[in-house]
Design a protein. Structure first.
Length: 155
């Protein structure tokens, strides 16, 4: 689809198409496959969320997990497949980086498998001191949680 209508961005949580975002993250993203709805809702509540809209329809999303003073982590960035290739991700990143609550932070982080070129345009680089960074990773957490919500198998 061509972007012919004006592109809008905002941080209004009431405007987010939560069903579309959750569906994309749990079904189509490589980083949040199987994301349970309850975990998704908690993630939005603890984040500064950004929506991208064309004629009122949400076509993109991102969120910053941040204290808006010293640190921010960019997560869950996507543009719907039909809307890719029209500069929406670049415009959304420019909007995010200009947000007043994200100015003068000491550190911003993100993780990406395939969009290094995009993020480099906004000042992101490889870790300056990777030996100082650690992680605690549980790649099966969503699958475990989904299994807990399934009814027991019939005998």
């Amino acid at each position: 689809m061509m972007q012919t209508a004006p592109l809008e961005f905002d941080t209004d949580p009431a405007r987010l198409d939560r069903d579309m975002i959750h569906d994309y993250l749990r079904r189509d993203s490589y980083w949040a496959a199987g994301l349970p709805r309850e975990v998704f809702e908690r993630s939005l509540a603890g984040s500064l969320c950004f929506g991208a809209y064309v004629t009122g329809k949400q076509v993109g999303f991102a969120r910053m997990i941040t204290d808006q003073a010293t640190f921010a982590y960019l997560a869950d960035v996507f543009v719907l497949p039909d809307w890719r290739g029209h500069g929406i991700s670049k415009a959304m990143m420019a909007y995010i980086m200009a947000h007043p609550g994200l100015q003068n932070l000491r550190r911003m982080l993100l993780a990406t498998a395939d969009a290094h070129g995009l993020y480099a345009q906004y000042g992101f680089t490889a870790l300056s001191r990777p030996e100082r960074m650690m992680e605690r990773l549980d790649q099966q957490v969503y699958q475990r949680l989904a299994g807990q919500n399934e009814p027991p198998a019939a005998p």
